[in-house]
Design a protein around this ligand. Structure first.
Ligand code: 5PN
Ligand code: ZN
Ligand code: ZN
Length: 268
């Protein structure tokens, strides 16, 4: 039995305005932030938590976010650097279905897809102000078509009908691999904690908290379904970290990201 390892896979970066990163606070101006995927090698299989954005999608739908992504920063490119292929992934876990977290799902065609049951419902049925967030529905092309959405014509998408396992409540999905409900940013958002043999647990916030500065300022991002629930979930992350002596890893933190041990390095 091998011990659990965690790899952080660089997915490139996007740009938003400072007022979107720090809701009603700012300061305004170009705010570039990293996106990444988390690969958990566990004795029960390989799990990837979030898959970053698809460069072509962002250029087509949100070019004003000025995506930066090399081939090595795509899911196939990042996995290749540690000797893996997308077909080696057993499970994709999505914190939520915003385009910058599910853009690489389409490469993991043999994986079982895990998410909160609410999130899968709302992704195809979102509030009007959430449309840009839920603009990349290629993670489930069959469901997107059934919901009357149009997809880019990519032949590979015709073949891709992912299998879903939906959950509700907090769940330990494999030994030491925990999903915690942190709604507000979206209706069915999950944060993830991974217990490791040789270090403190790692608590991945997802978009329940973009950065350390958001936590320190007690300030959520402007992309949210429910700001009150969102703030409550951010506080829940602080409580979880304290309870489990976990280290918090933020989803979009330009200051913390360079300090993280990125693949091919890993945590164990
Ligand atoms: C990076 C980013 N840009 C725009 C949106 C949006 O409209 O909802 C979520 C989101 C993003 O994460
Ligand atoms: Zn989001
Ligand atoms: Zn995000």
């Amino acid at each position: 039995m091998s011990d659990t390892k965690v790899y952080l896979l660089d997915g490139g970066s996007l740009m938003i305005d400072g007022y979107h990163a720090f809701w009603n606070r700012g300061p305004a101006g170009e705010f570039r932030f990293p996106c990444y995927a988390v690969l958990v090698e566990h004795k029960d299989g390989r799990y990837v938590y979030d898959t970053g954005f698809d460069y072509d999608h962002v250029m087509r739908v949100l070019p004003f976010e000025k995506p930066s992504q090399t081939r090595e920063q795509t899911i196939p490119g990042a996995l290749a650097q540690i000797g893996l292929k997308p077909s080696d992934i057993d499970y994709v876990i999505n914190s939520h279905y915003h385009f910058d977290h599910c853009g690489g799902n389409k490469h993991c065609t043999t994986a079982c897809t895990i998410c909160h049951a609410r999130e899968l419902e709302v992704a195809f049925n979102c509030q009007p102000f959430e449309h840009l967030g839920y603009s990349d529905l290629t993670f489930a092309p069959d469901r997107a078509r059934n919901a009357g959405k149009t997809l880019p014509s990519e032949p590979a998408l015709d073949m891709y009908t992912p299998k879903f396992e939906t959950l509700t409540g907090d769940q330990e999905i494999a030994k030491g691999l925990w999903l915690y409900e942190t709604p507000g940013h979206t209706a069915g958002h999950y944060s993830m904690m991974v217990e490791l043999k040789g270090r403190r647990p790692m608590l991945f916030t997802g978009d329940a908290c973009y950065s350390k500065k958001n936590l320190d300022m007690n300030c959520i991002s402007s992309f949210h379904l429910d700001p009150v629930a969102s703030l409550k979930s951010m506080h829940r992350l602080t409580e979880l970290a304290a309870k489990h002596d976990a280290e918090i890893f933020y989803s979009h933190d330009p200051e913390s990201w360079p300090t993280y041990n990125r693949a091919p390095g890993y945590y164990a």
